[in-house]
Design a protein around this ligand. Structure first.
Ligand code: SF4
Ligand code: SF4
Length: 337
């Protein structure tokens, strides 16, 4: 396919802080690939509004900052509108990552200008594909609420988690997104965390390099041609590209309601968090911490990927890695044509 706009790698922005703030671990859905791990992230936890406000202050920093409210399902939190206002007062750019149920009358309680992006997770272009992963009726509910949100003037994006269960259907998302008037599309790769890390799911959900490369760049180009700004993980580095660990150069914080704060999402299933949040202050965690791994320089690229997802790495007969795996946070984007 001839493309006017080529994919660009999005460099990490060291001066910009990104807070991925799980304000609760409660959810109304039971997705097949849910990344919440109750043992590690807390079971049925919900932060109070004053905890959310204190933690937003503790994490703010001095430069530009973005907060993504997630869960569980963030709209299940009755104080989400107040949390958004607290974040705005602190000059955060605010995104909500929702499963699309828009609970607690969220769309009526928040003005579109209070939210920079409202993101809907949809994992298939049809109810048959999406609902097999996210649960019965979830496609219909999410797409109906998405239409309402667009009609009200929210900036809306869609997140698609690509796994073996749905990757073949990714290109068919583009006509749906066009029809729904969605301007930003985030493609994610399934990670071995939470439910998808459980042995029963490993073989069926994780995609191979061949499957990824056969579908994702094509679907992303198709989205850009349709006027959609698309972002997807880099995953495989070319020989001339430099490997960089976001844990060393970027300013990302993945926050859970049990107080654990990670710098790397791949580490979230393990008690190796960098920090702990309690009583409104951020303290370094004790014991083995994820940053001990960030500086290890290995031919396979990302250390945590090698430790946790070694099946993604291919070797030649002499045992040399055929290619490096990028940081999971390194993205490519194609802006609309
Ligand atoms: S993936 Fe998200 S929407 Fe699905 S069950 Fe988990 S928290 Fe809920
Ligand atoms: S995914 Fe790998 S490279 Fe990225 S922050 Fe984690 S350890 Fe570092």
């Amino acid at each position: 396919m001839k493309m006017k706009n080529q994919p660009q790698t999005v460099a990490f922005k060291p001066g910009e802080r990104n807070i991925f703030f799980h304000i609760l671990t409660i959810c109304n859905l039971r997705c097949r690939h849910c990344y919440i791990n109750p043992e590690q992230h807390g079971d049925h936890l919900l932060l109070t509004l004053s905890e959310i406000e204190n933690w937003l202050r503790a994490l703010r920093g001095d430069g530009p900052a973005n907060v993504v409210f997630l869960g569980g399902e963030p709209t299940l939190h009755p104080d989400l509108p107040a949390a958004i206002r607290a974040a705005k007062k602190l000059n955060y750019a605010v995104t909500i990552d929702s499963n699309g149920y828009m609970l607690n009358h969220f769309l009526k309680r928040v003005h579109p200008q209070e939210v920079d992006f409202l993101s809907f997770s949809i994992d298939g272009p049809t109810p048959a594909v999406n609902d097999a992963i996210r649960g019965r009726d979830s496609f219909q509910v999410a797409t109906e609420n998405l239409k309402k949100a667009v009609g009200l003037g929210f900036n809306v994006s869609v997140i698609y988690t690509a796994s073996r269960a749905n990757i073949a259907h990714l290109p068919d998302m583009i006509p749906l997104l066009t029809d729904l008037k969605v301007k930003r599309f985030f493609i994610q790769v399934i990670g071995l965390r939470g439910k998808s890390a459980q042995a029963a799911h490993n073989d069926t959900l994780q995609v191979s390099r061949e499957e990824w490369l056969a579908v994702v760049p094509y679907a992303a180009a198709k989205a850009a041609q349709a006027g959609i700004h698309v972002t997807y993980p880099k995953v495989f580095l070319e020989p001339e590209e430099t490997f960089v660990c976001a844990g060393l150069v970027a300013d990302n914080y993945f926050v859970f309601p049990n107080g654990r704060v990670y710098r790397c999402p791949l580490c979230e299933d393990h008690p190796i968090n960098s920090y702990h949040l309690a009583a409104g202050s951020l303290s370094p965690a004790s014991g083995l911490r994820e940053d001990a791994f960030f500086r290890l320089n290995i031919p396979e690229g990302c250390v945590m990927n090698k430790l946790l997802q070694p099946d993604t790495i291919e070797y030649d007969v002499s045992g040399q890695a055929l290619r490096r795996i990028s940081c999971c946070l390194l993205k490519q984007e194609i802006r609309p044509e």
